[in-house]
Write a protein that binds this ligand. Sequence first.
Ligand SMILES: C[S@@+](CC[C@H](N)C(=O)[O-])C[C@H]1O[C@@H](n2cnc3c(N)ncnc32)[C@H](O)[C@@H]1O
Length: 117
Amino acid sequence: MKGTIAELQHVVDHAKECIEAAGLTDRCRCVPVDILEKVPERDAYILGNVIHDWNDERSRLILSNCRKAMREQGTLLLVELVITPGNELHLAKLVDVEKLVMTDGGRERTENERRLS
Ligand SMILES: C[S@@+](CC[C@H](N)C(=O)[O-])C[C@H]1O[C@@H](n2cnc3c(N)ncnc32)[C@H](O)[C@@H]1O
């Protein structure tokens, strides 16, 4: 399996060094992107802890950019925390507070909210 890290330029610069140090240059490429503008064409995408940084409007824009870039039968995997029902302590609820403080509208979402977004 081969993969591409699509990230902001300064992250790509550092990631390249790490990939070389790990001896993975034949399997892993890095490309600078702004996912709010465009994402590269690939068969499958993994967005890990990305959507929780964005408000609903920008989350839809990012997902729509993936949809435009991927082939018809492509796959998109979202790796995100899910807010559970009830008032029990849960990591997603703590990270939700962090997103409230540190981002412009980012948030963790319930399972239902994820389906709607
Ligand atoms: C919460 S981190 C998640 C990083 C990694 N996927 C993980 O799970 O550890 C969100 C990532 O989104 C990247 N990011 C933020 N804005 C971006 C943009 N406009 N285009 C591409 N990547 C962006 C940041 O550089 C950061 O690495």
